[in-house]
Design a protein around this ligand. Sequence first.
Ligand SMILES: Nc1ncnc2c1ncn2[C@@H]1O[C@H](COP(=O)(O)OP(=O)(O)OP(=O)(O)O)[C@@H](O)[C@H]1O
Ligand SMILES: [Mg+2]
Length: 438
Amino acid sequence: MKPRALIVDDERAECEMFADALRDAGFEADWELQPLEALRRLERQPFDVVVTDLNMPGLPGIELCRRVKQDQPNLPVVVVTAFGSIDSAVKAMKAGAYDFVTKPFDVDTIGLVLKRAVENHELRAEVDALRRVVDTSQRYGALVGTSEPMRRLYATIDQVRSSDTTLLLTGESGTGKDLVAREIHARGPRKDRPFVAVSCAAVSEQQLQAELLAAEGGSVLLDEVGDLPLATQAKVLCALEERTLRAFGGSAVSAFDVRVIATTNRDLEEAVEQGRFRQDLLYRINVIHVELPPLRSRSGDVLLLAQAFLGELAVRSGSALAKLTPAAAERLLAYDWPGNVRELRNCVERAVTLSSAALVDVHDLPRKVRDFQPGHVLVAGDDPSELMPLEEVERRYIARVIAACGGNKSKAARILGIGRKTLYRHLDNQGPPPSEES
Ligand SMILES: Nc1ncnc2c1ncn2[C@@H]1O[C@H](COP(=O)(O)OP(=O)(O)OP(=O)(O)O)[C@@H](O)[C@H]1O
Ligand SMILES: [Mg+2]
C-alpha cells in the first residue's frame, strides 16, 4: 500500500505541482488549500504524513503543526520553508515538525524526506504496540494473564516464593508449570543461584545426584516427577528428608541446600494407588500444592497471550507486529485448547509464518482451530430417535468430565461429587469410555 500524504498550501498551483512530485515518488497525494479544512480532513481520513507551507492565511503552518501533534502525536508533519528562512524552520521543529524542506526543492529530496518521516511514524506505532504488549499490568514477570485464576496464582506465588518449602505444581500439559517454577525461583531469595531443571523420565541416579549438587544454593525442578523409576524414588525421598546425598553413589556424605519444586501433569494419587508412585514421597513433595488452570477455564487470557506471542515474534524477527483479524480472534476464543498455552503459542507462530501480510486471518489457523465446534455432552433433540437412556447420558457425561480434567480421575471424581472408587466402578461397568464427539 502506498503511503498517503496530505499537502496543505494556500496556492493551488503549488499544491498541484507538489502532488505530482509526490506521486512520482510513490505516494498517494491529496491537498487542501485551507489549514482549518485540512485539520477537519485529518479527523475523517487516515494519512501517513502531512506536508505544510508555513505562510498561510487563516492559520499559520506552525500552529497547524502544533494542532496536528496534539491530535495525532505519531503523525509526522514536514514543513516547507522558503530558502534561507532557517528561523521559521527552527520554530516549526519546536512545534513538533518532523523535518523541513526548503523551496525550491527537487523531487528526489522531498521524496526521501517524506519516506523517512513515514517510516519513523510506523516505527513509533510499532514501539507503542510493543509497549502495550509488555505492559506490566497484564503480566507477572514472564507470566501473561489477568484472569481471576491467574491472579490467584500470582497471589500464591507471592506467598510461597520466599520460603524453602517444597512445592508441587500440577496442571495439564502446556499450562506453564515450567515457567511458573522459574518465576518462583526468580522472585525468591535464591534468584542469584542456579535453577536446574531435571527431566525425571530420563534421569539416572548419578545424574540426579550431580544435578542436586550442581544447584547448590539454588532451586531444582523435578520435572514430571511421576516418571521417576520406583528405585530412584526411594533415593530421592531419603535425600529430601535428610538433606544429604548419602544414599547416592559412594559412601561419602554431602549435604546439599536446594529448594525443590516438582511438577506433574499426571494424577499422582492414582499412581500411588496403582503402586507406581511412593505415597511417602508424594507426602514429602506435596507440602504446598499449586494447581495451574487450563487455558479453557480462562478464555479472557487467550487474546492477551496471542498478543504477547505476536509481540515476541516481531521483536525476535525484527519485522512488523502482526495483527489478528476479528474473525481469527473469534476462532481463538471459541477453541478449547487441550494443549493449553503451548498449543496457542505454536498456533500463533505457525499463523505468522503462513500469513503473507502482517495480518493473521482465519485461513492461517490450523484446521482444528478453524473448524472447532464446542462439544455437546447431551444430545436431546425433539426427535425421539435421538433421545437416549439415562445410563448413556451418564456414561457420556463422565467421559466428558474426565476429558475436561485432562484424564485426571481424582479431579473428575471431585467434580462429579463421587468417590474415586465409585468412578472406577462406573468405568468398569461401562467398558472403555466413549471417545469425545465434537
Ligand atoms: N502464563 C503464560 N504466559 C506466557 N507464556 C506462557 C504462559 N504459560 C505458558 N506459557 C508458554 O507456554 C509454553 C508451555 O509452558 P510450560 O513448558 O511451562 O508448560 P508445562 O506446564 O511445563 O508443560 P508440560 O506439562 O508439557 O511440561 C512455553 O512456551 C511457555 O513459555
Ligand atoms: Mg514442563
